[in-house]
Design a protein around this ligand. Sequence first.
Ligand SMILES: [Zn+2]
Length: 104
Amino acid sequence: MSPRQWGKGDRRRLSARDYPPAVLALVDDRQGGRFCVECRALGIVTPADEPLQIDHKQPLSEGGDNHHLNLQWTCRAHNCGRGARPIGAPRRPTWARRRPREEP
Ligand SMILES: [Zn+2]
C-alpha cells in the first residue's frame, strides 16, 4: 500500500514502531523535520531525554484515523497532557513550567 494511502480509515491504536517508516517520513516532510510541534509553537526546546511520539490531530476516540495527514510529532509530555481534548492553545508540559523559587 502506498504510504500516502496507508492508515486511511484505520482507527487502531498503534505504537510508533507499527507505522511504516515511509509514513513517518511523510509526517517529517510536512512538518519540516521531526520535532514536537507543540513545543515549537511555544518557542521552547524539547529536552533531549523527552521522547517524541506520534500524535493524532483528531483523536482516534473522536473518529480520527492513522492517515499521515492526521499525524504529527509531539513530545511525550504534550502527547500525554492533551489526551482526547481537541487542539486548542497548547499547554506547557510539566517540565517547562516555571518552578517556584526554593527557600534558602
Ligand atoms: Zn512538547
